[in-house]
Design a binder for this molecule. Structure first.
Ligand SMILES: [Zn+2]
Length: 411
């Protein structure tokens, strides 16, 4: 069956009768998220809400003001999922979420055009395609594509858009005379053993493809095509080529301009100098952080020296340095050079992740190591005089210090 949305993809409102309405519970994926749907499966005599197919996601819309977020195709029937029951035989007013639909039409017709140009110009067939929520891609049957080829394909696509080539849909049924069926048989994407109606999308002077999706009437409605980057697909010798069509190009440009303006305020410089400036800043940060670690190592040495001169020596010593790297603790231990003062050292964020070291006489380390590690929800191990761990709850540091103080009370 050819649905109303396929017959006229520009119909935004339509009325049709309820054929069946059945209560259901369904676990399905909507827009990439798993959702439990409790509601009703509704079948109408005809629909302008496109059920998913041909790589195009389903439409959203309203049936008598009741929202529809999922329409699926079962053989040649469209099933609408709604959360309210409808009476069989009643008239239902359908409204399609036009912004979503027109966006899908732009991406889908755009994909046909990109596929046709790349196959004609470079001989790379399209193995599959994906209409993403923000960005779409074609999977090309080639291990690589050059930046010049991408640029060329984009130029040709935009020239054809400027030429305003017509896009037409033709349906061939079992009643179509054999003479006309012959032309349909040469269509791209048609399996040799295909039975039933054949729906063919033709782009004037470009190509014909068998497809069930909704399409624009004229390439000028695509406005513009921007081919983005290519990357290796998960399948061998295939690549993904990412693209944006129409409003998505404008939306992306708006986001980029907004980001550029914010960067200009932050960097106080011309956009043309942003990358150089960020590169310089990153190098500076690297040097500064290296210098900081050198200074902190000096601090570790000083801390150890101060500890060494205490007479009598303390039973234990605690130290936390949030800016320091774990090596800070090793420098301190090495400089101290003795095990009779029990050390509890830590580095990293005050509340969340960091590193801890317990160091001292073997029996104390083995008594305390695992318990302190547990308090910090950490992962670590001890050997001889030392227990070290990566931890996730640095917020418990005071509690751990109290625990160690109590432990040493009668030692
Ligand atoms: Zn298609």
């Amino acid at each position: 069956m050819v649905f109303k949305c396929q017959e006229n993809s520009f119909l935004k409102e339509f009325t049709s009768k309820v054929v069946s309405c059945k209560e259901v519970e369904l676990n399905t994926v909507i827009n990439g998220k798993k959702e439990d749907i409790k509601g009703y499966e509704l079948i109408l005599e005809d629909t302008i809400l496109f059920p998913e197919g041909g790589g195009q996601p389903c439409d959203h819309g309203y049936l008598n003001e009741v929202p529809v977020k999922l329409v699926v195709r079962k053989e040649d029937i469209a099933i609408h999922y709604v959360d309210k029951p409808f009476n069989i035989g009643d008239d239902v007013k359908q409204n399609v979420d036009w912004e979503r639909r027109f966006d899908h039409m732009q991406q889908h017709s755009g994909q046909h055009l990109i596929t046709a140009i790349i196959e004609k110009e470079f001989g790379f067939a399209t193995a599959s395609w994906w209409l993403g929520e923000e960005i779409s891609h074609v999977e090309l049957d080639t291990p690589s594509i050059t930046p010049e080829q991408i640029k060329n394909a984009e130029r040709i696509a935009n020239e054809l858009i400027r030429d305003g080539k017509n896009v037409t849909v033709k349906v061939y049924t079992k009643d179509t005379p054999e003479e006309q069926l012959k032309e349909a048989r040469s269509t791209r994407g048609l399996p040799a053993d295909h039975k039933g109606d054949i729906r063919v999308i033709n782009i004037e002077d470009v190509e014909s493809t068998m497809c069930c999706g909704t399409h624009v009437k004229n390439l000028s409605q695509l406005q513009v095509i921007k081919l983005l980057h290519a990357e290796k697909s998960k399948r061998k010798d295939k690549i993904f080529l990412y693209f944006l069509v129409g409003n998505r190009v404008i939306n992306r440009l708006e986001t980029c301009i907004d980001r550029e303006q914010k960067m200009t305020v932050l960097l106080k410089n011309n956009p043309s100098e942003h990358t150089d400036l960020v590169d310089k800043l990153l190098k500076n940060v690297k040097t500064l952080s290296k210098n900081l670690q050198t200074v902190l190592k000096d601090v570790a040495v000083t801390e150890a020296k101060n500890l060494k001169i205490l007479d009598p020596p303390p039973k234990y010593f605690f130290l936390h340095r949030k800016e320091a790297e774990p090596d800070f603790m090793n420098v301190l231990i090495k400089e101290l050079g003795r095990t009779d003062i029990f050390l509890f050292l830590s580095t990293g964020d005050e509340k969340t992740v960091g590193n801890i070291v317990l160091y001292g006489e073997e029996k104390y380390v083995s008594d305390l190591g695992n318990q302190i590690c547990e308090m910090f929800k950490g992962k670590g191990a001890g050997k001889g005089n030392k227990f070290q761990a990566k931890v996730t709850k640095m917020v418990n540091r005071k509690k751990a210090e109290q625990y160690i103080s109590d432990y040493f009370k009668d030692k």
